[in-house]
Design a protein around this ligand. Sequence first.
Ligand code: 13P
Ligand code: SF4
Length: 332
Amino acid sequence: MQLTNEELKEKINEYKKKLSVTVVAHFYQRDEVFEVGDITGDSLELAIKTRDDNSEFVVFCGVGFMGQSVKVLSPNKRVAMPKAACCAMAVMIDGMQFDASVKALNEAGIMNENILPITYINSNADVKAKVGEMGGMVCTSSNAKKIITTALKEGKKILFVPDRCLGQNIANQMGLKSCVIGDGTNLLDADIICYNGFCSVHQLFSVDDINFYRKKYPGILIAVHPECDPSVCDVADFVGSTSQLIKYINELPEDQKVAVGTEFNLVNRLRPKNTYVLSSTKPECPTMNETTLRDVYEVLKSIDEGEPLNEIHVDENTQKWAKIALERMLAL
Ligand code: 13P
Ligand code: SF4
C-alpha cells in the first residue's frame, strides 16, 4: 500500500511511543527524514548525544560509519539503519589499505614508533581499530585542528586517513607541510602525510564557482566545508564543519549574501533568503539521500516484529580498539 508522508509520519510516531527507540538523523538527510529525528546533528554531535541516550534501540538515519560509531561507543545498544548506506569516502580505505600506507611510511624511513595515525570519523570501524591499536585517534571536521595540535606535541609524523583534503586543509591553516602518499613528495619532508581519499560530493565545488558568485554578487561571502579541495578552501571566506557552517551562516546579517560549499539538503534548509549553493550541479550526497521515510517506517516495524533490518554488528576486538580511538578524541 502506498502511504503518504503524513501517514508514514503518524505510523512512525506510533512506533516511537510503543518501542524503546531513538531515531537519529544527520543534517544531510532528506527534510522529511530529518524531521522525524529525535536527535539531529553533525557526526560528532550524533556520536555524543546518542551515547548519552537511554533507549534500547537506535534507528540511525545516516551512513554506515556513523551508525557503527554509535555501536562502538555503546556496545549494549542495538543499532539498526533504515538503509545500509555507505559513505563513499569511508569505503576508500580498509584495514589492508591502512597497513599498506603504514608500509609506505616505513619504506621512506619512518618507523612505527614515529608515526601517529589519525583517522577522520568518516572511516569504518576496522580502520578506526587499526588506528587505535597504533596509539592514534579519531577526529571530525569540527575538532581536527585541536586533535592535530595535540598529536603534534608527541613529535611524530601524522598519518592522516582517509580524507586528503581535510588533512591538507588543516596543515595549510596551521602552517604545516603536508603531502599525499604517492604524489612524489619525499614523505620525510611532510608533517602530515595524507591517504589519497576524498569526498566526491565536496569535489563538486571549484574556484570557478567562487569566481562566478563573486562576480555576480560583489560582497558575497563564500563558506565551505573542509572536505573541499585545498584550492577552494584557500580562497573561501570561511571554512568549517557542518555545525560551524550553520552557526556562521545563522549569525550573518539577514541581507548578507553567502554561497555555501557543502551538501544540498543542509544548505537548502539553512536560511530562506540570500543563501546560494556554490555549484551549478546539485551537490546531493547520493547515499545520504537513499534513506526515505518509508525505510524509517519499515525498520521500526521490523524492530516491533523482533527481526530488526540492517542491524549493525562489530566484532569484539574491532569494537575494543575502535572505541579506544574514539574515546581518545572525546577525552579532548
Ligand atoms: P560532519 O562531521 O560535519 O557531520 O560531516 C560528515 C560528512 O560526511 C561530511 O561530508
Ligand atoms: Fe561521505 Fe561525502 Fe556523503 Fe559526507 S557527503 S557522507 S563524506 S560521501
